[in-house]
Ligand binder design. Structure first.
Ligand code: PLP
Length: 400
């Protein structure tokens, strides 16, 4: 086996068009989103308008990060100290962090082997915890049955905030991820679907909610300079009742995101071609389970996951080490200590410990891989071959 030499953390360069737009903002000196002259619309406001249109949302707020978007959504919904917030047992640290950031308490819900929220456990946790909201994490781009989810939430009157850090551009039965609940939260951090280094987008159709979010983001009394905000009269009382918790996006970041948004659909096709090539190759293997993707789901294959459900920790460790020796980086969510971006609920000791037997059993066999667009289709075939080779050999050795 030839080793693979590509970098799993290397994103594509920022396109010349975006660099040109950024240089223009730099030359203007007007980087702050409210530093506009006359009727000029700054890049941050332009981005809000363009992203609201892309998402099919009435309103959009550009802010500093995906984590900030989630915390702001919770605050704008009135979630505060001591409130219970449901979220997935399998997610990344900024999600429970956003909940803890508003003083609320995360209540974890089990996931299924397809890496989505377990709706039966959701119903049980709703009954047991009287939650203020579900902060649904569409972790690694896997969508649960959104219609079934909404039926459960509607039945119990639990509002929904969607963490769409991995589902920007994804949809369920043609409806965009992020448009099912009161708010969708997106990240434009380097490793997500658009890259401004850091950045976040919050979308909603609810005018009062969005007015509170805009005030929270630190808009002073300049909310009329937003690109996709509610009418001024909605702010009448809200502007005096809502604290300023600075988290604005600047025009520099927004200027490099605008051209990327125009190319997002093309990039989704490129990601899915890479993802599907790897998934199709590995789905056929014994000892591997590739999570099922329902027909209703339009996913964005910016990463790939598979499970080795029938083997112990030793075997998984061996697979991870042997693919690494051949240049392939697999993250194992079942590792005893968090490594890099892998994170599981046992490493969030600031919140009450929770028994998650089904999620733990799934994470114990879950392997995860980034798919950067700098990989060609040939690169992806090479990576899949290495994984297939190592898994095959390791399992054979175990059986011998
Ligand atoms: C990256 C990420 C976030 C938050 O994004 P930041 O912009 O880094 O704050 C939220 N949820 C998930 C699942 C993520 O991976």
């Amino acid at each position: 086996m030839q080793p693979f030499t590509g970098s799993f953390t290397q994103q594509e360069p920022i396109a010349e068009e975006a660099i040109g737009a950024a240089v223009e903002v730099l030359r203007s000196g007007r980087l702050h989103r409210y530093n506009t002259t006359g009727s000029e619309i700054g890049a941050a406001a332009e981005l809000e308008k363009a992203y609201a249109a892309y998402q099919g949302a009435a309103y959009c707020l550009a802010c500093t990060s995906g984590g900030y978007a989630m915390a702001t959504a919770l605050r704008a919904l009135g979630v505060g100290a001591g409130d219970k917030v449901l979220t997935n047992g399998f997610t990344l640290a900024p999600v429970p962090g956003a909940i803890a950031g508003v003083g609320a308490e995360p209540v974890l819900v089990e996931i299924t082997p397809d890496l989505v929220l377990d709706l039966d456990d959701l119903e049980a946790k709703i009954a047991a915890s009287a939650p203020k909201v579900l902060l649904l994490s569409n972790m690694r781009g896997h969508l649960c049955d959104m219609e079934a989810l909404m039926a459960v939430l509607d039945r119990h009157n639990v509002p929904l905030i969607e963490d769409c850090a991995h589902t920007m551009g994804a949809a369920w039965n043609g409806r965009k991820s992020g448009s099912f609940g009161i708010a969708g939260c997106f990240s434009t951090q380097t490793y997500k679907h658009m890259n401004s280094g850091e950045g976040g987008l919050l979308t909603s159709d609810d005018p009062e909610f969005m007015a509170r979010a805009i005030m929270l983001s630190g808009s002073y009394m300049l909310y009329e300079r937003h690109g996709a905000g509610p009418a001024a009269d909605v702010f009448e009382d809200i502007r005096l009742d809502t604290p300023n918790m600075s988290g604005r996006m600047d025009n520099l970041r927004a200027s490099i995101l605008l051209p990327q948004l125009a190319g997002l659909e093309t990039n989704i096709d490129r990601w899915n071609a890479r993802h599907d090539l790897i998934a199709d190759r590995l789905r056929k293997m014994n000892g591997i389970y590739v999570p099922h993707r329902p027909d209703a789901e339009r996913y964005v294959g910016s990463s790939f996951q598979f499970l080795m459900p029938e083997v112990g920790a030793e075997t998984i460790r061996e697979v991870v080490e042997r693919v690494r020796a051949l240049g392939v980086e697999l993250k194992w969510f079942g590792a005893a200590k968090p490594v890099g971006f892998t994170s599981n609920h046992q490493s969030w000791r600031y919140m009450p410990a929770q028994k998650m037997p089904r999620t733990d059993a799934i994470l114990a066999g879950l392997l995860d891989m980034r798919i950067p667009l700098t990989f060609s289709l040939e690169d992806c075939a090479h990576v899949a071959d290495i994984i297939a080779h190592v898994v095959g050999q390791t399992l054979q050795k175990g059986a011998a």
